[in-house]
Design a protein around this ligand. Structure first.
Ligand code: PAF
Length: 477
């Protein structure tokens, strides 16, 4: 067993601070390299942690002399710096990238705009927050809504999602012109591999030695950038990051893929080292469910339909293992991905009902450059099936476009998504529905609260699920 003490607060890393959002842009030279170098420079800034970054979107320049298309993205930071100090740091990073300020809207190697910092609202000659154009540019709002749809834009009372929906309704062409081109790497020097804790005893010893807050990232392994994004958010928000890797037999049905579920433990440890995870609890089945184990957690309500109906016993298995992981790890925050939206509803319900420790944090879905939601099961897809699976994100986007244009009726929104899925060869749709994200029941109409469009479809032999936010464009944004 590899063992190292639970991480104390790491020297040089700040206590968690407030969230700040930065828009990144580049249209000169190697655009990806400029954006990724900026993320490295920001992450290396004392008092700043990079919690998340959107995909890069390519879009045509607005005004100015003839020039190349931009690549734009939005990064979420956690910072203890003042807004002024952060803005000064952004200018320094721009200057280091060779940015020379000439005429307005001139091509630029790197453009960093502070969109918001905490709840700050200010207008001084040196700094305006939120950024004066934060809510009126598609190339800023689309990636911002990817990383933080539910963040409230300070001073406006409306979320990023609400602003994005409203602007998309007004400027559909600007959103249509955006093209997702790449996932950006948030590179940090690879740290030591996390300590591997093979059983409850090792976990308890690590936990007893630990100091500070613990961020839990529960997984079944076969880690990808979606898991990395959860761990990065945990790293930004907590003193220590504890991942779990356990392929939980209780949540697989008798005809499901338990035996062939991908197991990539060595690569998983490398990925966790890259994001600075401190420890990984990787128990055996006997450690978690010793002989005689006979207690299960049944959550009524959000388990009734959809995945719950298609996979009897699945959520009972998920709830049971997640309850045990909460009990054993006692996290301050536990991070789950929105892609498994019904699982999120189940975990939240159980967490509240059973007074489990810590807080449940839900992070947006990470999509590949072409829009496919990242999933450990994507590796089952042949290249041809993967191409066909893109009908799923396209279907979600078709419904989003209708919602942004003012459509509120569930039937019309579902029909817009179904039309795309039905037009795709060999994609067998299991369901498409508009649901309340907490209760996971169908909604007849969009209202003032965000709803989820949920989809399940089989591509070849692989069942994929995905979802996206829908919101009626109100007058509030
Ligand atoms: O989402 C998953 O990977 C699993 O369902 C979880 C939450 C780790 C429980 O096994």
């Amino acid at each position: 067993m590899t063992s190292r003490p639970a991480a104390p607060r790491r020297p040089g890393l700040p206590a968690p601070g407030q969230p700040a959002f930065v828009a990144l842009g580049s249209n000169v030279g190697d655009r990806r390299a400029h954006l990724e170098a900026a993320l490295v420079a920001l992450g290396a800034t004392p008092g700043v942690r990079v919690a998340a970054v959107s995909a890069a979107y390519q879009n045509p320049p607005v005004g100015g002399p003839p020039q190349d298309d931009y690549w734009n993205a939005v990064a979420e930071l956690v910072t203890t710096l003042s807004p002024e100090a952060l803005a000064a740091r952004l200018h320094a990073v721009e200057a280091a990238a060779g940015r020379v300020r000439t005429v307005p809207a001139a091509p630029r190697t790197l453009d960093l705009d502070l969109l918001s910092c905490g709840d700050e609202v200010c207008r001084t000659p040196a700094l305006e927050l939120p950024h004066p154009r934060a809510t009126c540019r598609a190339f800023g709002l689309a990636p911002w809504a990817d990383v933080a749809p539910d963040a409230v834009v300070p001073g406006t009372g409306a979320t990023v999602l609400a602003h994005a929906t409203r602007l998309r309704g007004r400027e559909p062409a600007a959103f249509a012109a955006l093209r997702r081109v790449a996932l950006l790497r948030v590179a940090a020097p690879r740290g030591a591999r996390p300590a591997v804790l093979p059983d409850a005893e090792a976990l308890a010893a690590w936990r007893a030695r630990g100091e500070g807050t613990v961020g839990l990232v529960p997984t079944m392994g076969a880690l990808h950038e979606g898991h990395a994004s959860l761990a990065r958010r945990a790293r930004a928000a907590c003193d220590a990051v504890l991942a779990t890797i356990f392929v939980n037999p209780l949540q697989f049905g008798p005809t499901e893929d338990l035996a062939r579920y991908p197991r990539t433990f060595d690569a998983d440890l490398d990925l966790l080292a890259d994001v600075g995870a401190d420890a990984v609890y990787a128990p055996t089945v006997d450690d978690l469910y010793p002989a005689g184990f006979s207690t299960h957690v049944d959550v009524d309500g959000p388990t009734a339909g959809f995945e719950g109906a298609a996979r009897p016993g699945h959520f009972r298995g998920v709830a049971t293992v997640v309850a045990k992981l909460f009990a054993r790890t006692r996290p301050d925050r536990a991070f789950f991905g929105r892609k498994d939206a019904q699982q999120v509803a189940v975990v939240r319900r159980m967490h509240a009902d059973l007074d489990l420790p810590g807080a449940v944090v839900v992070a947006p879905t990470v999509r590949d450059a072409d829009g496919l939601a990242l999933s450990s099961r994507n590796r089952y897809l042949t290249p041809d099936e993967r191409a066909r699976a893109l009908a799923i994100p396209r279907a979600l986007d078709a419904a989003r476009a209708r919602a942004a244009a003012g459509e509120r009726r569930r039937d019309a929104l579902v029909a817009a998504a179904r039309a795309v899925l039905d037009g795709a060869a060999d994609v067998a749709t299991a369901y498409v529905e508009v649901v309340d994200p907490a209760r996971f029941v169908p909604l007849a109409e969009l209202g003032a609260a965000p709803a989820l469009l949920v989809v399940a479809a089989k591509v070849g032999t692989t069942r994929l699920i995905d979802n996206e936010w829908l919101l009626a464009p109100g007058d509030d944004a």
